[in-house]
Design a protein around this ligand. Structure first.
Ligand code: SAH
Length: 365
């Protein structure tokens, strides 16, 4: 056993190293360490990111003797499908994954007439403890590795490309970090994953930065760090209340970084990237959906480069809360618009398969 592993308990072992964890330079070094020619790194990456192929047996341009060695060292199986569940006429598909250590997490594929979006997990569980969110109820199990984040995408993209998902062959255009976990609490691995997602093939998958959304509870220092990366990634902030008193309860990390600081960081992000920041607001009946709170939110957001996504609350097991009445939802929208704030209501894809916002909880059920 390598020395570094003798000091950690077995269930804290790290996921195996994978090609997707490594920058192009590090891939070359890793390949060279195996006694292979450095250009093999690029060939492997072309297969994995370009052709969505993980099986080295299919990589016939590699010498037979090298395939197994390279495969074992750089393309270990990271994720096993426990099951797929579909709804919305097959246009929404949730996948439950099991990692090398038995840990489970989910992704959700959503097909729309004009685009395909994959919602990915960045952590198994979540430490943010928001009381209305299913994932938050069991705490954080562990961070996902960059490879585990990227492989959710590569696996689903492969199924799509090969026509194994209802609706025929397709391509993923958008990635949203809105599955399990707080992406900015796993900053380095998530940001490396963003690089792998957006670097051109064979560096990565070659998706547009503008098609990637990172959603956060509002970890202010990490929001600033992300702004300093100078990418075109979209930032979404889960606000859910315009006032600290209520937000302290709905998003407990607000006790550390209150509304004003979170919004300052959001406007700074909009400033340096030129991109509209999404404000996520789950409408919860009689909790945060009052007309006066809509006005208060409208005043905070007026004149900023922002867009509000109202999410009808998806009730989670054991929760005392439910979605707003239609008339309250309408009034909330009207008042935001009266402040000149752009607003849409998020669809509730995946509700009946517990695959909608905030319902992801990878229990065997
Ligand atoms: N931790 C990140 C990303 C994960 S959740 C974040 O909080 O932003 C993605 C979105 O779903 C967040 O806006 C979250 O607040 C919201 N959400 C969580 N539980 C929900 C529920 N039960 N109904 C509706 N939206 C929910």
């Amino acid at each position: 056993m390598p020395a570094e592993l003798t000091f950690v308990s077995p269930n804290r072992a790290r996921p195996p190293r994978h090609l997707a964890d490594l920058s192009p330079q590090d891939r070359q070094a890793a390949v060279a360490e195996l006694g292979e020619k450095p250009f093999r790194a690029k060939q492997l990456a072309q297969h994995y990111f370009g052709h969505l192929e993980s099986d080295t047996a299919a990589m016939t341009d590699l010498p037979a003797a090298s395939r197994e060695r390279l495969g074992e060292a750089l393309l270990p199986r990271l994720l096993t499908v426990v099951r797929h569940v579909t709804c919305d006429g097959g246009m929404t598909r949730k996948t439950l994954w099991r990692a090398f250590d038995g840990v489970m997490f989910e992704s959700v594929l959503m097909r729309y007439p004009d685009r395909v979006t994959l919602c990915v997990s960045s952590q198994a569980g979540c430490g943010m403890n928001c009381p209305f969110c299913a994932t938050g109820q069991n705490g954080l199990t562990r961070n996902l590795s960059t490879g585990e984040i990227v492989d959710q995408i590569v696996s689903v993209a492969r199924d799509l490309e090969r026509g194994e998902v209802a609706g025929g062959p397709g391509r993923i255009g958008n990635i949203v970090f809105m599955g399990m976990g707080e992406p900015l609490a796993n900053y380095r691995r998530v940001f490396d994953a963003v690089r792998r997602i957006t670097d051109p093939v064979p560096g990565g998958l070659g998706l547009s930065q503008r098609g990637v959304t990172i959603s956060t509870v509002g970890l202010v220092p990490a929001m600033h760090k992300l702004a300093a990366e100078r990418t075109q990634v979209r930032l979404a902030v889960s606000l859910h209340a315009p006032d600290d008193e209520l937000r302290d309860e709905l998003v407990p990390v607000n006790n550390r970084w209150p509304v004003a600081e979170v919004l300052d960081a959001a406007w700074h992000y909009a400033d340096v990237t030129g991109r509209r920041v999404s404000i996520e607001y789950a409408l919860i009946r009689d909790i945060n959906d009052q007309a006066w709170r809509a006005d208060m939110l409208g005043e905070l957001l007026a004149g900023q480069l922002t867009h509000v996504n109202l999410i009808p609350l998806n009730p989670t097991p054991g929760s005392k809360w439910t979605a707003s009445r239609p008339e309250d939802e309408r009034e909330f929208v009207r008042r935001l618009q009266a402040h000149g704030v752009s607003v849409t209501i998020r669809d509730t894809r995946g509700q009946e398969i517990d695959g909608a916002c905030g319902q992801l909880a990878a229990a065997e059920k």
